[in-house]
Design a protein. Structure first.
Length: 80
């Protein structure tokens, strides 16, 4: 619901390839429930704390490697 989707996307990205389909659009409707409800805010904060405890708070070496590889791939694409 909060950082769980970040964690899921990150784990999927480790085992699969991201594909781009320009003919498809996905819209995420959100209600910002944690902005309006203290109980949901608590869930949101706990979710983010768990995510950063799992992957790293400041120095996320794996994310740095992933970002670097992505930028290198983008540099190698032909310019249009």
């Amino acid at each position: 619901m909060y950082a769980e989707d970040l964690d899921l996307c990150r784990r999927i990205g480790e085992v699969s390839k991201t594909m781009y389909y320009p003919g498809v659009s996905i819209y995420h409707a959100y209600g910002k429930g944690s902005y309006k409800n203290r109980k949901l805010l608590k869930y949101h904060i706990c979710s983010v704390v768990k995510y950063f405890n799992k992957w790293g708070w400041i120095l996320d070496k794996k994310r740095t490697q992933i970002n670097k590889a992505c930028l290198e791939r983008l540099k190698s694409l032909p310019n249009k």
